[in-house]
Design a protein around this ligand. Structure first.
Ligand SMILES: CC(C)(COP(=O)(O)OP(=O)(O)OC[C@H]1O[C@@H](n2cnc3c(N)ncnc32)[C@H](O)[C@@H]1OP(=O)(O)O)[C@@H](O)C(=O)NCCC(=O)NCCS
Length: 178
């Protein structure tokens, strides 16, 4: 599905293909989450290895944003829709009318160009297609800039949650789907 856009190459958001490079996605996530790591936070996406990236993609619908360039497309962003985890989910994720997304990152070199918006639109569309009326996410509570990013996009605070593999409290946010 073509997205917009005003950047150099055309932007496409599509399902992860078997030919896509998992190490490229792991490296992209480490770069994207480096800001939170520098804050002393330990987000899984900021330190997971390739086997975890592969497993998380297999346990969800994994979408990538690809920017077309001379010589082929480059993966510039990634998002997981409806990831299934071993860890206990926050109560809100378990409600039947709620879908959720995770591991949302855009290459810092191309942030602020609408790639994140295109990925969010994709998971919002998928949530509507599944009949959900809410789309939720979990984010690190100390990252106030990120909180503002979501509030600007129509998300609101729902509840706090503590994942077993992080060193911070998370905020569960959600958006009512029109
Ligand atoms: C959150 C994230 C995926 C957004 O990706 P993106 O491609 O930059 O998103 P967009 O370009 O669609 O939107 C960026 C917004 O931030 C603004 N922005 C861009 N660069 C900015 C900067 N350096 N400082 C502040 N705001 C900035 C843009 O103006 C835009 O706002 P607008 O749509 O109201 O104009 C990306 O910032 C990221 O990878 N963050 C690190 C990982 C992370 O925290 N993920 C979420 C975990 S829950």
């Amino acid at each position: 599905m073509p997205a917009n856009d005003d950047q150099a190459g055309a932007l496409t958001v599509r399902f992860l293909l078997p030919t896509d490079s998992i190490p490229v996605i792991t490296r992209l996530l480490h770069r994207a989450y480096a800001k939170q790591v520098a804050m002393g936070l330990r987000p899984l996406a900021g330190r997971q290895d390739d086997s975890v990236t592969r497993e998380r993609a297999a346990n969800s619908e994994c979408y990538v944003a690809v920017v077309e360039a001379a010589g082929g497309g480059a993966i510039a962003g990634v998002i997981l829709f409806e990831e299934q985890e071993q860890a206990t989910f926050p109560p809100f994720f378990l409600k039947p009318h709620v879908c959720h997304f995770a591991q949302f990152g855009v290459d810092p070199d191309v942030q602020g160009r609408g790639i994140g918006r295109a990925l969010l639109e994709t998971v919002e569309r998928r949530a509507r297609e599944k009949g959900a009326t809410e789309l939720a996410l979990s984010m690190a509570e100390p990252d106030r800039e990120l909180y503002d990013f979501y509030v600007k996009r129509g998300y609101r605070f729902v509840e706090h949650w503590q994942w077993p593999y992080t060193n911070y409290r998370s905020c569960i946010l959600s958006k009512a789907l029109a």
